[in-house]
Ligand binder design. Structure first.
Ligand code: CTP
Ligand code: MG
Length: 204
């Protein structure tokens, strides 16, 4: 009798552990991996622009009506072109991986989704710099939330605008939650690494 009830308790807790495991896969692991998978083409352009950017600024050195630079020297054509190309490049590798390894649990990228995410990320960064200059903040000055979310907002908004069916299919609430938590953490970590490697002038 004692022996049987012990087996029962064991089976019960084993089932609970299994249930927890399945719930954590569905609610945490898959959405977390999906968030990273979706945002890779949007994460890469910033870092690549910081490494390979420079040269002619997008605003051509011109000022806005308030007498300050339109975007500033930190936004260059080379940064935009190489950064967006890198985002699309990593996206194409992801598309290839999905096809080759059958990554069924992860969102399926298309040429359009990766192009919009990569372009939107750097357009978001450009828009942020426009408003940063209007507030009188110099190039490289700290503007905490805006610096951390400009590329996320740009990437998701541009894709929502031009490819809404893709956003609706893959950006579920848990995925959005992880994108919002992960993006500033990754952004800051990469910038600190870039600062110590001498690629970035400031660690933010
Ligand atoms: N960069 C670039 N072109 C872009 C974006 C970035 O060349 N479109 C390069 C610049 O060398 C820039 C660096 O990447 O200095 C880091 O980018 P970011 O932090 O976005 O620019 P900041 O220099 O901080 O300028 P801002 O204050 O306008 O954000
Ligand atoms: Mg900056």
């Amino acid at each position: 009798m004692f022996y049987l009830s012990n087996i029962n308790i064991c089976t019960c807790s084993l089932l609970q552990v299994l249930e927890c495991y399945i719930i954590s896969i569905d609610l945490i692991i898959i959405p977390l991996l999906s968030a990273i998978w979706i945002m890779l083409p949007a994460y890469l352009p910033n870092s690549v622009a910081a490494v390979f950017g420079g040269g002619r600024p997008v605003d051509g050195g011109r000022n806005f009506s308030d007498g300050r630079r339109i975007f500033g020297d930190g936004k260059t054509f080379r940064g935009l072109i190489i950064g967006i190309s890198a985002g699309i490049g990593i996206g194409l590798v992801q598309i290839w991986c999905s096809g080759t390894f059958g990554l069924e649990d992860l969102p399926v990228h298309t040429l359009l989704s990766v192009s919009l995410l990569a372009t939107g990320a750097l357009l978001g960064d450009l828009c942020k710099s426009f408003f940063k200059r209007r507030l009188g903040k110099e190039r490289g000055a700290k503007w905490p939330l805006a610096d951390m979310y400009d590329f996320v907002a740009g990437a998701l908004l541009l894709t929502l605008l031009l490819y809404p069916s893709w956003i609706v299919a893959y950006i579920t609430l848990p995925v959005l939650f992880f994108i919002l938590i992960l993006s500033p953490v990754l952004h800051r970590t990469v910038n600190i690494i870039g600062y110590y490697l001498g690629v970035k002038e400031v660690p933010w």
